[in-house]
Design a protein around this ligand. Structure first.
Ligand code: PLP
Length: 398
């Protein structure tokens, strides 16, 4: 095994840029560097590639290209969806979301709360699922928008967005879903889902970081968050990031072509990994419902282990995984997702998320499985009360 090979099990954090995506975007960093708003050919010739990319991302989610607004990331798309719903319906000052959203939604809601808006954070069950009765009860006449993620980035658990959307539609309430974790893993169809707004980010589907989109269903009231030039039909100011938009389009084409096959392949690999860990390593358990769930994600708690220490030992073997969502890596605070599911702080701190993508091979899974039981055993041994007592006694004797 070459020492430099990376065994990557953190695809929910980000993915590599696919070679096809890189070669599609490179000419827009070199010879095609103009500004698409310019009146001469160097600029004007970029309008076609942007619109082609818009059609490609629209096709990925079953939308019309006129319903796509390119943004700088998933976080911007989410902030835009929430603020637009509030700006366009000033008489409605209430938002419904869940306690397990990505920090993009969680902290946007917290900022809006600080500005006087009311937010309901719906709790989840022990398996990370939602209580539909509680959801219905949370909807109020002044609810401006429901913003609920489709797939949880930490556990992979899916929320029943189509069902939630039908309940919102019946009450004239806008619904946005953060679908950032879905493309390339599950088929996306905005009409089957029935949502008004939906957010995606290119770097989760083998595109570059720094480009996202907001789907805005035709007829949905909309006001931009980023106000400036007339770009994106006046829906998002700022000179278009042409290379990244082109890259997003190509990544969307690849994801669309591969989703069905990836879904099956990823589920089989993920199940092997999960089952082997649960069977071979004592005192382990899966966090979250087995189904419905993203096919590429497993969140496992290892009793008596600090995930941060486990991640460091895995890193020594060129294995990348995560102890929570990417945004909280480096912080030792237990994941808000896992604690909302009722895990204790110690259980949350003993949790590792493994997330796969189309580049993950059975050999990668075998490599991880060949090391993990030993590492977990070593960590448990090192932190067991007996070892600590022995070390303390030895230190006292010096
Ligand atoms: N929503 C979810 C579920 C995510 O996993 C992420 C990224 O980690 C985001 C939103 C934010 O996307 P971006 O990194 O493009 O801002």
């Amino acid at each position: 095994m070459p020492a430099s090979k990376t065994y990557y099990f953190d695809s929910n954090a980000t993915t590599s840029v696919a070679p096809e995506v890189l070669s599609a975007m490179l000419p827009y960093l070199t010879e095609n560097w103009g500004n698409p708003s310019s009146p001469y050919r160097l600029g004007k010739r970029l309008v076609g590639p942007i619109e082609h990319a818009r059609e490609s991302v629209a096709a990925l989610i079953g939308a019309d290209s006129t319903e796509i607004v390119f943004t700088s990331c998933g976080t911007e798309s989410i902030n835009t969806a929430l603020t637009s719903a509030l700006y366009t319906q000033p008489h409605k000052r209430h938002i419904v979301t869940t306690a397990v959203e990505h920090s993009a939604t969680k902290n946007c809601c917290a900022a809006l709360e600080a500005r006087g808006y009311a937010v309901t954070y719906l709790p989840v069950n022990r398996d990370g699922t939602l209580d539909l009765k509680l959801f219905e009860q949370s909807l109020r006449p002044d609810t401006a928008i429901v913003s609920i993620m489709w797939a949880n980035n930490e556990t992979g658990v899916l929320f029943p967005i189509a069902q939630l959307a039908a309940l919102c539609r019946a009450r004239g309430i806008l619904i946005h879903t953060d679908a950032v974790q879905v493309p390339g893993k599950l088929k996306l169809d905005v009409n089957a889902l029935g949502v008004d707004l939906l957010s995606l980010s290119a770097h989760k589907l083998h595109g570059p970081k720094g480009v996202g989109l907001l789907y805005v269903r035709k007829g949905t009231p909309f006001q931009p968050l980023i106000v400036g030039g007339h770009q994106e039909e006046g829906n998002r100011g700022g000179t278009e990031n042409v290379p990244y938009i082109v890259a997003f389009g190509r990544a969307a084409e690849l994801a669309r072509a591969h989703t069905e096959e990836s879904q099956r392949r990823l589920a089989a690999l993920r199940d092997t990994l999960e089952n082997e860990i649960l069977q071979k390593i004592p005192h382990t358990a899966r966090n979250g419902a087995k189904e419905p769930r993203l096919p590429n994600t497993t969140s496992i708690r290892f009793a008596g282990v600090e995930a941060e220490a486990l991640l460091l030992m895995l890193d020594q073997l060129n294995i990348c995984a995560s102890s929570g969502s990417a945004c909280t890596t480096g912080s030792v605070a237990p994941s808000h997702v896992l604690t909302a599911m009722g895990l204790t702080a110690a259980e949350a701190r003993g949790t590792i998320r493994f997330s796969l993508d189309y580049e993950t091979t059975p050999e990668d899974v075998a490599y991880l499985l060949s090391h993990l039981p030993r590492i977990v055993a070593e960590l448990r041994e090192a932190t067991s009360p007996r070892v600590i007592a022995r070390a303390t006694a030895a230190a006292a004797a010096v």
